[in-house]
Ligand binder design. Structure first.
Ligand code: UDP
Length: 473
């Protein structure tokens, strides 16, 4: 008896937590729809194959061992990765073709530019997975437009808080790069490359139409022949086993069990952001003075320049907070946000964190650091109105307005004020909207059906594209 051959999809993530997670989640979703999945990954920050036995893993020798992969050297690291992964990736795909595997396409993070080079050469279709919002991708178009009109860099900092004309809610300070500085050519080239979808046949978005509709439409208008598939939130569309690269401290769950509903503020700045010692100490003091229970992720590398951020907390901190606060190195964040005791999230506004919070109806305190975080924070506070912004670079020397005080006030506002209750209400409404998008007939559910159909059609040769939100071109 002939068995039906499965269609294979190869996924290539960019090797950082916030990018690997959604790619593995996409893999789980596509696997549940009947596709065979290969994860082609760098040795650097490699995912754990034993946690995902349903996938085939292909390690790519990136030669990044001993290389500086910190934020400050990231462009060089990306370049090394793209150079070194190209040949082994090509060899693997050629092998697959020789074995006549039914390969539909390669889905990749657009930072991994070598994928497009190899796939074009071999005539294999590609798709891009966007792990950010369309609003963030659209902010690059705004930035390029301002640069073209010589409206950037700004002459000084006084205009940073001004709204960009015809770009509400974004201010100049929310743009992906510092609006007061000349942008080096290498950075501009990187951004051009990252925002370009090159020869891709389609774009998959970890976003929800309802949250991101206008920017999605703008971008779709710019690339009318390339179908969009906004199928987020990926972590809810197909729950996966953990995708964490760091070991999670699960003890905090029993600590949360002992806390009253909606009483705890969860604090985490994600996997990459760093702060200085002054801010760490002011955060500690502000959280302590807020008198609200808190669970704080102090990642060892949170403090720039050390590997022991916890060691820099004030000496009397543990004594002062007692059982009201708990500090961990890394938390099972999705479970934490879903816990009934958690009523607020003090976050850097990475898109995964923001979306995970939205999906649990948890309002936010926004302390964006870089990349898409400023745009996400602005949407959270001014479009969805489910959070408050914490201004960090506030030069006001007034003691009542120092960072510690501002943190204390922000936590109280979110957790115990009428304003906080309103935000909580809106966050719950938003959670319901997102849940609707995943139900049969909902926007993400429909987009996923179209995506599955589209990938199957790619494995059969020339296709009739489907344009989001579902009309045939
Ligand atoms: N995360 C986690 N435990 C933590 C902190 C973060 O599991 O203690 C996860 C979080 O759930 C999210 C990811 O790490 O999925 C962070 O991604 P995000 O896009 O929010 O920020 P990035 O780390 O890329 O800056």
């Amino acid at each position: 008896m002939k068995t039906k051959r499965k269609v294979r999809v190869v996924l290539v993530p960019y090797p950082f937590q916030g990018h690997i997670t959604p790619m593995l989640q996409l893999g789980t979703i596509l696997h549940s729809k009947g596709f065979s999945i290969t994860i082609a990954h760098t040795n650097f920050n490699s995912p754990l194959p034993s946690i995902h036995p349903q996938f085939t893993f292909l390690p790519l020798p990136d030669k990044l061992d001993g290389f500086d992969t910190s934020f400050y050297n990231i462009l060089n690291a990306v370049s090394v990765m793209n150079t070194n992964c190209e040949a082994p990736f090509e060899e693997y795909l050629v092998g697959m073709m020789e074995e006549e595997e039914l390969l539909a396409c390669v889905i990749y993070d657009s930072i991994m530019t070598f994928v497009d080079v190899v796939a074009l050469r071999l005539g294999i279709p590609t798709m891009v997975l966007r792990t950010t919002t369309a609003a963030y991708m659209h902010s690059h178009i705004l930035m390029f437009r301002l640069l073209a009109h010589k409206l950037l860099p700004l002459p000084d900092e006084s205009q940073l808080h001004a709204t960009i004309p015809k770009a509400y809610p974004l201010r100049f300070k929310d743009l992906p790069l510092d609006a007061t500085k000349e942008i080096p050519k290498a950075v501009l080239d990187f951004i051009h490359s990252y925002t370009d979808i090159r020869s891709s046949s389609g774009v998959i978005w970890n976003t929800v139409d309802k949250l991101d509709s206008w920017p999605l439409q703008q971008l779709q208008r710019n690339s009318p022949a390339v179908p969009f598939f906004p199928i987020g939130p990926l972590h809810k569309m197909a729950p996966t086993s953990t995708t964490s690269l760091i070991e999670e401290d699960t003890n905090c769950m029993s600590w949360l069990d002992r806390k009253a509903p909606n009483s705890v503020v969860y604090v985490s700045l994600g996997s990459l952001a760093t702060i200085d010692e002054k801010e760490l100490i002011e955060m500690a003091r502000g959280l302590a003075k807020s008198e609200q229970p808190f669970l704080w992720v102090v990642r060892p590398s949170l403090l720039s320049g050390t590997d022991d951020a916890m060691g820099s907390l004030p000496e009397d901190f543990k004594e002062v907070i007692g059982d009201r606060g708990l500090v961990v190195k890394w938390a099972p964040q999705k479970k934490v946000l879903a816990h009934p005791a958690v009523g607020g999230f003090f976050t850097h506004c990475g898109w995964n964190s923001s979306l995970e919070s939205i999906c649990e109806g948890v309002p936010l305190i926004c302390r964006p650091c870089f990349a898409d975080q400023t745009v996400n924070a602005r949407y959270i506070t001014h479009v969805w109105k489910i959070g408050i912004e914490l201004e960090i670079n506030n030069n006001n020397s007034n003691k009542n307005n120092c960072l510690e005080k501002r943190i204390e006030r922000a936590v109280r506002t979110l957790m115990v004020s009428e304003q906080g209750k309103e935000m909580k209400k809106r966050a719950i409404e938003m959670k319901v909207e997102v849940e609707r998008s995943m139900e049969i007939g909902g926007s993400s559910c429909q987009s996923l059906d179209h995506l599955v159909e589209f990938i199957i059609s790619l494995s059969r040769g020339p296709v009739r594209p489907i344009r989001w939100p579902g009309t045939r071109i």
